[in-house]
Design a protein around this ligand. Sequence first.
Ligand SMILES: NC(=O)c1ccc[n+]([C@@H]2O[C@H](COP(=O)([O-])OP(=O)(O)OC[C@H]3O[C@@H](n4cnc5c(N)ncnc54)[C@H](OP(=O)(O)O)[C@@H]3O)[C@@H](O)[C@H]2O)c1
Length: 193
Amino acid sequence: MSNIRKFNVIVAACENGGIGYKDALPWTLKGDMKQFAQLTTETSDPQKKNAVVMGRKTWFAIPENHRPLKNRINVVISTTLSELKPPCYVVGSVEDALVLLSSSPLLEQVEKVWMIGGERVYSYAMESPQLDRVYFTRIYGHFECDAFFPVAKLDKLEAVKDPRVSETDQEENGIKYKYEVLQSPKSELVNAA
Ligand SMILES: NC(=O)c1ccc[n+]([C@@H]2O[C@H](COP(=O)([O-])OP(=O)(O)OC[C@H]3O[C@@H](n4cnc5c(N)ncnc54)[C@H](OP(=O)(O)O)[C@@H]3O)[C@@H](O)[C@H]2O)c1
């Protein structure tokens, strides 16, 4: 098997680092959902798809009529869920997800791997040398949450531009937010090597 591949993280978090409450999103932001769908789906090679990697609760937080996330390879991390049919896979850890996606045939079929939550997936991802970029939606305000993103880990990343991502302030339903794209310096070193 070739090397373990790099991945992006995509997350929306409020000022206290909260990402979820009672197995659902604490907010409804259609613009952010649209951006999530676009970024995680779009590929430069039309023959390939992207993969989304998520914990079991995130999987079940997706409304049934949108599950699996369409036009993407869905990889669910769980030690309790039984098998799913391709293009959905169940694996026992984030490491196993990366091994699966770094091996044939998914290595050749998948263009970009996106880690889409929840808490343990993000914690692992933010410590990994395979982290490439974080697409971060910064939501202003404090929401009651019981799942969190390690926001302090963003400090070691560098802001970059992505032409697909708006730099202007957003507002929906009275909630102010903005998009940030952050690059792992480790990733640049790997690229330069
Ligand atoms: N704001 C955002 O961007 C965002 C993104 C995603 C999710 N969310 C929200 O976050 C919440 C869900 O996140 P969560 O942290 O509570 O749960 P989660 O990570 O989605 O799911 C937890 C479950 O996934 C499995 N799992 C996760 N990491 C694992 C690991 N490293 N090794 C083995 N198994 C692992 C385990 O399943 P088993 O018990 O089956 O072993 C665990 O019980 C929801 O409220 C959701 O709406 C928000």
